[in-house]
Each structure stands twice: as structure tokens, then as C-alpha cells.
Write a protein that binds this ligand. Structure first.
Ligand code: HEM
Length: 489
């Protein structure tokens, strides 16, 4: 091919090629959508190029996540949407979900491909969360992480730290800022559990939102950067075209990337030291070394273990306290405060489980069809094409049981009669930290309600209160005598 002679021709040729590529992608997306519509898939409202993101913005502004878009679906097996240039299908009933999470299907036809790698994936790109199940040593890595998740140890650490966090403050009647308190708690528990007290206390250079750099504790920098990446990637244009979130074109993107480099550099030094005894670090570093897994991968799996229980557990705690302390649900507060031991544990567990049904902190992680894939659901057939994004929509599954807070559905339920819920996912890609998350949330909620039996929310009048990983909602709780503190906000 003859090259254009002047820079002007070259730019015009480049712009032309880009427009053609863009048009080809748009055409493919439109045709793919028609293909699924012909098979009976109902699509959410989509706009040219920006897909459903305008409606998703409306939800995010009201402290809800994109998953709420698919709750009021017509009778259908899959709801479709457009994300970037991809078709995204959500399985919205039990039958289709079971097909997606059953091992034979997960192993062969669908596998990890998640926009989250442009979000907090920048922090730990090799972490198992972003890898396909066929990645070398995937199973060994997940097992090593599981071995490090010592139940007795997380129980001891979280019980001690919950007692410190929930201790009544003498002489101070101001409502408690529970978002801060629960955030500090989850950060300290996860830091000590994964790294040990000594390593979690080390400091790293951290650039704050004003651009000032100072030394701050490692877990603080990690938590801020992780949460910042999550929020940044959910800005409108970063949702339309995911890779934009990684471009250093805004001050916030450059600040986050500065902090990522700082954290990774810090950990490269830490991982040359001897791990604290009993830590997740010790188990994963020793186990991975036996398989010759590179340190960078071990670093990223440990980073994942450090962050996966931060926003998720914080929001589980906030949402549980919100539901339990709403005036119409106070019988649950009183029952938990009056109970002890196993009885209290069962009540708290039922309240946390019902909260995770109504307000799961996140969704399952996205997957893509890797080879054309035939799905049969009660006589209806779907041919899912390679490259289509597909995942269960847990909000839609959970909504089948209504919007009322009814923890009794999880109390003494006979085997087989439990609600079909999956706040931790299901199958081989499900959450390995499920038991840890439950212990951390239960220890905090039980301890808080025992220490503050008269606790009540003072910001019930706030608009759009929902707790999840993208919410800005606050939770303010008064613990003192009603007359002095009520109406403080
Ligand atoms: C209430 C707290 C938590 C909730 C609601 C939660 C929920 C989830 C969900 C929905 C997934 C995706 C599952 C899927 O795609 O099928 C997941 C994955 C994961 N979670 Fe959790 N999680 C919680 C706490 C934790 C904790 C405490 C840890 C570890 C310390 C953890 C570690 C992970 C890891 C490593 C993955 C990725 C697994 C994989 O890719 O195979 N999670 N979690």
C-alpha cells in the first residue's frame, strides 16, 4: 500500500480508519442485539453508543448499583444490555443461573472477563479475581488462599477489634458516624489478619485528593486507593469505555496511579521479609513458593485478600444495622440485645443473611462466553455466542422473595427450603472469603447491639439510603438517652 505523503493526509487516513473500526464495532453490537432479541431475550432500554449507562447513572446517583436496572424484568430467562461494545446478558432466574454456575459450564464455556480489571484490577492485575480458571496454578492459588483463611484466627481478631470499636464513649452524646467506625474496623481486622500487626503498621507515601504527599499506614493507603479506583471507574465515560479509567488524563487518575505504584513498590520490599506467624501472607507465600509461582502473583493474591473484605464487609455491617434499627424492625434489635451466646449468634446470622438478600454489597464478577454455548431452559433454547458477557443477576434472584426485611426466613429453615440466594456467588468462582466476611460482620453487629441496646438511627429522613460498594449513604446512630441526642441531624 502507498503511504500518504503529507501529515494532513496521514491524519485524515488515521481518522478514517478509526471511524471505520468504530462503525464496524457498532454494527456488530446492533446485529448481536438483534440476534439475542430473536431468541426471546428482553433488552433494557439502551441508547446509541452509551448503552444503558444513562439509566445506570440515575441509579448510582440514588445510591443504587447497575444491578437494580434488571429487577422489574418481564417473564424472561435473560435480560440483555449493552456495555461498551459488548452484549451483556443477565440470568434472572434460578434455572438460567444454575446453568451458568455449574462446573462443566463454567470450566468450558464461560470464564472470567471483567471490566473490574480496569478498576481496582489496576492495583493487582495478576490476582485470581481477574484470571481465567484455566490460568496455570489457578486451583493451587485459590487453595493456598483458602488455607490461609483460618476461621479461629479471624474470629479472635474480629471479636477483639469489634469490642474496641463498639465500646461506649464516656460523656459524648453525639450520634456515631458508623461509616467511619465500620470502615476503621474492617481495615484493621483485614490488615492484621492478612499481614500481621507489624507489617500492617508500616507506612507508605500517599497522595491525598489535594495532591499533598505524606506517609500514611499501608492499610489506609490501600483502602483509599481501592475504594477510589472503584468510584473512579464508575464515572459515566469510564463505564461506556472501560479502558478510559486507566488513562492518565485526569488529576484523579494520575493520583490513583501514583498511589498504586507506591503500594506495589512498598509490597515488593515487604515480601522480601519473613512473614508474621499464622498470617495469610505466611500461608500464601509458602504455599505459592512450592509451585514456583512468581512473587508478583503472590503479591496480587495477597492484595486481593486484603481488599476483598473491606467495602463488602463495611457495607454489610452498615446495611444490617440500618435494617435492624429501622423503627418497624426494632423487635430484632431488642431480641439480639437481650440474647447471648448461640441464640444471639443465630439471630444475628439471620439478620445479616436477610440483609445480604435485600442489599448485596456487590454483584457476582463478570464472565464471557469463550465458545458458542447452547442453553436449554424448560424447553426454551438459547445459543450464546463467544464474546458475549454473561452473569447471574443476584439482585433479580433475591428480589423474588419481596422487599420486606424478614430474617425469620433464615431461622431454623429446613434443608432444601432455604431461599435461593447467592450474595457470595456460587460454583468454582464463588467467594473464598464467605465465612470470614460473615464472622467479621456478625461479630461487629452482635457486639454493637449488646453494647448499645437502645441504639437508634438519627438520619432516617435522608433520601435514597442504600448500602453497597458504590453508595455514599451515611449511617448516624444515637446510643444515649433519647431526649439528649434525637434530632441531632
Ligand atoms: C460480606 C462480605 C463479602 C461478600 C458479600 C463477598 C462477595 C463476593 C462475590 C459476589 C464474589 C464473586 C463471586 C462470583 O463471581 O461468582 C466474590 C469473589 C471473591 N471474594 Fe468475596 N465477598 C465478601 C468477603 C470477602 C472476603 C472477606 C474475602 C477475603 C479475605 C473475599 C475474597 C474474595 C476473592 C479472592 C474472590 C475472587 C474469587 C475468584 O475469582 O475465583 N471476599 N466475593
Amino acid at each position: 500500500m502507498k503511504l500518504p505523503k503529507s501529515p494532513l493526509y496521514a491524519s485524515a487516513a488515521l481518522a478514517g480508519a478509526a471511524s471505520l473500526a468504530f462503525a464496524a464495532k457498532v454494527t456488530r453490537t446492533v446485529l448481536d442485539r438483534r440476534y439475542y432479541e430473536r431468541q426471546g431475550v428482553a433488552f433494557s432500554r439502551t441508547y446509541p453508543f452509551i448503552g444503558s449507562e444513562a439509566d445506570v447513572s440515575g441509579l448510582i446517583n440514588r445510591n443504587k448499583t447497575r444491578d437494580y436496572l434488571y429487577l422489574d424484568h418481564p417473564a424472561t430467562d435473560f435480560v440483555g444490555s449493552i456495555r461498551g461494545f459488548d452484549i451483556q446478558l443477565y440470568a434472572v432466574n434460578k434455572q438460567t443461573t444454575e446453568v451458568l454456575v455449574s462446573p462443566s459450564v463454567t470450566g468450558r464455556y464461560i470464564d472470567r472477563d471483567t471490566p473490574a480489571r480496569y478498576s481496582f484490577g489496576q492495583l493487582s492485575p495478576s490476582a485470581m479475581t481477574f484470571q481465567k480458571i484455566t490460568t496455570e496454578h489457578f486451583g493451587d492459588r485459590k487453595r493456598n488462599l483458602g488455607k490461609g483463611f483460618d476461621q479461629a484466627r479471624i474470629f479472635a481478631i474480629s471479636a477483639r477489634r469489634a469490642a474496641e470499636s463498639c465500646r461506649p464513649a464516656a460523656g459524648d452524646d453525639a450520634p456515631l458516624d458508623m461509616k467511619r467506625i465500620a470502615g476503621d474496623y474492617t481495615r484493621d481486622v483485614m490488615g492484621e489478619f492478612v499481614w500481621g500487626e507489624e507489617a500492617m503498621g508500616l507506612t507508605v507515601p500517599f497522595k491525598d485528593p489535594d495532591g499533598a504527599v505524606s506517609q500514611v499506614p499501608f492499610m489506609f493507603a490501600l483502602n483509599e486507593t481501592f475504594t477510589g479506583l472503584r468510584f473512579y471507574s464508575n464515572r459515566f465515560w469510564n463505564r461506556v469505555h472501560f479502558p478510559l479509567a486507566t488513562w492518565p488524563v485526569t488529576r484523579e487518575a494520575r493520583r490513583l496511579q501514583h498511589n498504586i505504584r507506591s503500594l506495589q513498590h512498598h509490597l515488593a520490599g515487604v515480601l522480601r521479609r519473613t512473614p508474621g506467624p499464622g498470617t495469610v501472607w505466611e500461608q500464601v507465600a509458602t504455599g505459592n513458593a512450592q509451585f514456583g509461582i512468581p512473587t508478583e502473583i503472590t503479591r496480587d493474591d495477597l492484595l486481593t485478600a486484603s481488599i476483598a473484605g473491606l467495602d463488602t464487609v463495611q457495607n454489610t455491617i452498615l446495611a444490617t444495622l440500618w435494617y435492624v434499627l429501622l423503627p418497624e424492625n426494632e423487635k430484632w434489635r431488642d431480641a439480639i440485645a437481650a440474647a447471648t451466646g448461640e441464640e444471639q449468634d443465630e439471630l444475628v446470622e439471620a439478620c445479616v443473611s436477610e440483609t445480604l438478600r435485600l442489599s448485596p454489597p456487590g454483584s457476582v464478577i463478570n464472565n464471557k462466553v469463550v465458545a458458542d454455548f447452547d442453553v436449554a431452559v424448560e424447553g426454551r433454547r438459547y445459543l450464546l455466542k463467544a464474546g458475549t458477557r454473561v452473569m447471574p443477576n443476584i439482585h433479580a434472584l433475591h428480589a423474588e422473595y419481596g422487599g420486606a426485611f424478614e430474617p425469620e426466613r433464615f431461622l431454623g429453615t429446613e434443608k432444601g427450603a432455604e431461599p435461593y440466594v447467592m450474595p457470595f456467588g456460587k460454583g468454582r468462582r464463588s467467594c473464598p472469603g464467605r465465612n470470614l466476611g460473615m464472622v467479621m460482620a456478625k461479630n461487629f453487629v452482635g457486639c454493637f447491639l449488646t453494647a448499645h441496646p437502645a441504639a437508634r438511627i438519627t438520619n432516617t429522613a435522608d433520601k435514597d439510603v442504600h448500602f453497597n460498594n458504590l453508595s455514599h449513604s451515611q449511617l448516624l446512630i444515637a446510643t444515649g438517652p433519647r431526649s439528649t441526642v434525637d434530632g441531632a441531624k
